[in-house]
Design a protein around this ligand. Sequence first.
Ligand code: GCV
Length: 666
Amino acid sequence: MGFEQAWLTYTKKTDYSDAGEIRIIYADVKDELVRNSVSELQRALKAFYGKEPILQPDSENKNNGSGKIESIRLVLSEGRKAEGYLLTGKNGEIIIEASDSKGILYGVFDLIRRMQREEPLENLEVLKEPGMPLRMLNHWDNMDGSIERGYSGESFFFKNNEVLVDDRTVTYARLMASIGINGVVINNVNVKDSATYLITDRYSDKLKAMSEIFGGYGIKLFLSLNYAAPVELGELDGADPLSEEVRRWWKDRMKIVFDAIPNLGGFLIKADSEGRPGPFTYGRTHADGANMLAEAVRPYGGLIIWRCFVYNCRQDWRDRKTDRARSGYDNFIGLDGQFHDNVILQIKNGPMDFQVREPVHPLFGALMKTNQMLEVQAAQEYTGQQRHVCYLIPMFKEVLSFRTYMQKEMDTVGDIVSGKAFHQKNCGMAAVANTGNDENWTGHDLAAANLYGFGRLAFEPELSAEEIAGEWIRITYGRDEQTERTLLFILMNSWPAYEKYTSPLGIGWMVNPGFHYGPNVDGYEYDRWGTYHRADHLGIGVDRSHEGTGYALLYHEPNASAYDDKEKCPEELLLFFHHIPYTWQLKTGKTVIQHIYDTHFEGVEIVDEMVSRFEKLHGKLPEKVYERVTARLAHQKEHSREWRDQINSYFYRKSGIPDEKGRKIY
Ligand code: GCV
């Protein structure tokens, strides 16, 4: 078994005998979503119990009260929130009630999850409403089939500049629907070459077909857009957002696009960032650019998701005043309140770029009158590239629970992006996807926990990282205590371990430039990207206090004062905010340099423990999965030593201060 169905691998339940012969009753519900809900149930029930359920497309209740599950009734009724559902189980009858077919679909997948986990279904009463309106995946897939920051093979959306629509599209849509994803951007935000033509008739038939498959699973198809499309398609000389000609061009273009692909959700745009074109070329603002596009898609209910990842990528490393961390804030804060209501600003979780540890982006809590989405990265660009295990849900949870103090209550990032803080409906969470055409979707089998976990978290933000991991383990690999304990240990320790053996105290960026894998302390130090550690023989860290770049003061109190003050700064971010001597004493009583040495040894020890625990799962997991994970863990074990030794040796040589414990440092 290759795990191409990932967590939707339905296996026979041997000791789960709650069910007898089951009827699926789906009176008065007939659209594609409900048809898919019914067939998903059929598929699961058949696999669990070895026999076909009976389909009964009418409302007559044949339940005889034997105490076993006899019917599953799907009911559309008024009164529930959009996409929400009520799942009840009583006297052998399970009812999924929802106000829309998406709610039915999500309720069905919830029920299947419970069955996969062999949970009791009698006397069940669960009401669920999604915690975030938009729960999106952003694929960075290129039309030649490559994937920017892809670590799981090639694209399954594109190949040789063609759009692919096949069985994998359907399996993908099923998987995503099962975790509540309702929007998917299929192409890279760096839109070039053929991808610019995704808004022409060259690709519209295939895109329409894909959007219909997605639609049957409650997912809107989105595309990334090239801001300079009118120029690059050879139709206009410029793309000034205030030019009448340009505005007309986009309106006409959007009519063509939405006529051809009526299910399209809208567009994601990376503008004036890392060489991509944008309104700055014409002396205009991001609001000018975004609003022009928003007007063009408005007649079709379209959304414009505009990224805030805007910074100067041609910085001079000698310049200590310009601070990349400030740039998102500086570029957008003055525009708060100027965006149309079908524009959403998409903000990365931190101000730099998906490092293993960053503070929360200061735009959260600063923007008060603008729709906002949180962008996280499930693709492990800087967190081990799916060769190392690094379960990121604990990090995403930390971000969501961060208090911005922008108002007395409802002030966390989660409150903002769920729409609770400002009563917005165009908001939510997006993850850069970690998938590819590898049989198991995510390269590392354990990286599927990040994909699964992201969707579950966006739907139910109150779930803990541990609950999500436990759920994923059980539905993917079945009920076995040792498997659960072991995989939970590995997942829950993986982010802390990765942080320990790579990047101390929030400093980040000590990776090989370009491909971002493996240690290289000075890799980015004398470069143009604005990503420095500023280490010398006395200390390390970037002064972002009021004496330095002033970045710390972008936050509301009490965060600003805490970040600004070396003594009060949360230590996991100390070197992000301050330049600190190696001899500085941390709250543990250790010096910074000793902390660096210790954490690097500890991180490796945790990996060793993961490896030895995992070995004991032989025979408990599908052989292929066991082999794949074993191979990746072996690499991680070796590579974590490389990290440890390079980082420790670098700082030992730089500082001249020996390890108190006399361990081998080179
Ligand atoms: C898609 C980082 C990545 C780029 C990525 C960019 C972005 O710089 O390294 O590969 O481009 O972020 O988020 O736009």
